[in-house]
Design a protein around this ligand. Structure first.
Ligand code: PEP
Ligand code: MG
Length: 319
């Protein structure tokens, strides 16, 4: 007989037996906080900052940045706000860095100077961003976490953490989106305060499959056991280091996969606000032990389709 489903329409994310799994929102501008609050998000798990930089001939001034972050942090309330530093590259060209950083000069923009790598050519852009975030965090007293995208090595993580400290940012993390970073997650976790797994890019790079290529959607399926294995390496590293590990890619928005991610030891899931209620509901209907069994079965499956089927049957997740 199917267990009676309990609707968890509000409140923090938890499994049926009370294991917390934070439910956070992915946002691109402060105005989207309204939707996050309406969905009962516990905070912002990914604030994408690209909007501030695109389609303009000069970089945003320090004051302009401070104003935007002050608005964001003020409106966010009590929950944490995880700000991601600029993640531009040749696919999102920045005219003020166009000479050598972006534009059409890179044949493989996804493999080029993007994300944290921009620091190699425009360190002042990152420095100014961290300064603005640090000032707004201090004046608002908000719970501000800052992370860098596209970190590939422990040395980059250490360098970013030092940059953050120099600008008064106290909670520093990195995104795990590059398979090399997942494989060295323990050494990276020793450098920072949290990890956030970007499954969109981690899939793209693990499977050598352009995330924009619809013909390769089967390879980019977040149920791929190899992707789940990389996620498991990160949660294990987080457990050893005693730091939280979140997922902020599209995978976090799938209610059945959320059960598997909880079973893998993920501490928070960040997604589009509209996806939060169904994920909350799904977690509330599963014991942690069921989540762990579903995760083990999905990891052992030979392909994404069978991972999905076996995990769903174990977790008895309703569609
Ligand atoms: C990701 O790569 O999973 C991610 C969350 O970042 P973005 O989609 O902005 O690249
Ligand atoms: Mg990404």
């Amino acid at each position: 007989a199917r267990r009676r489903r309990l609707a968890a329409t509000s409140g923090p994310g938890r499994t049926a037996d009370g294991q917390p799994v934070g439910l956070l929102a992915n946002l691109g501008q402060p105005a989207e906080l309204a939707a996050a609050h309406a969905a009962g998000a516990e905070g912002v798990g990914l604030f994408r900052t690209e909007l501030l930089y695109l389609d303009r001939p000069t970089p945003p001034s320090l004051d302009e940045q401070i104003a935007m972050y002050t608005e964001l942090f003020t409106r966010a309330g009590d929950g944490r706000v995880v700000v991601r530093t600029l993640d531009a590259g040749a696919d999102k060209p920045l005219p003020f860095l166009a000479n050598d950083t972006t534009g059409t000069t890179e044949p493989n923009p996804a493999l080029g100077v993007r994300g944290y790598r921009l620091r190699r050519r425009g360190p002042e852009v990152l420095a100014s961003q961290l300064k603005a975030i640090g000032v707004a965090a201090q004046t608002t007293g908000a719970q501000v976490w800052v992370m860098a995208p596209m970190i590939a090595t422990p040395a980059e993580a250490a360098e970013f953490a030092a940059d953050c400290r120099a600008h008064g940012v106290t909670r520093t993390g990195v995104m795990i989106e590059v398979p090399a970073a997942a494989l060295q997650a323990r050494a990276i976790a020793a450098e920072v305060d949290f990890l956030s797994i970007g499954t969109n890019d981690l899939s793209q790079y693990a499977f050598a499959a352009d995330r924009e290529c619809a013909d390769l959607a089967d390879l980019l399926d977040p149920w791929q056991p190899a992707l789940l294995g990389l996620i498991g390496a990160c949660t294990e590293a987080g457990r050893v280091a005693g730091i939280p590990v979140g997922v902020c890619g599209e995978a976090a928005a799938d209610p059945a996969l959320a059960v598997v991610l909880a079973g893998l030891g993920v501490n928070s899931l960040s997604m589009a606000p509209a996806a939060i209620p169904a994920v909350r509901d799904s977690l509330a209907n599963h014991q942690l032990a069921d989540c762990q069994r579903a995760a083990e079965a999905a990891l052992a499956a030979p392909d994404a389709a069978r991972a999905r089927t076996v995990a769903r049957s174990i977790a008895r997740t309703m569609e």
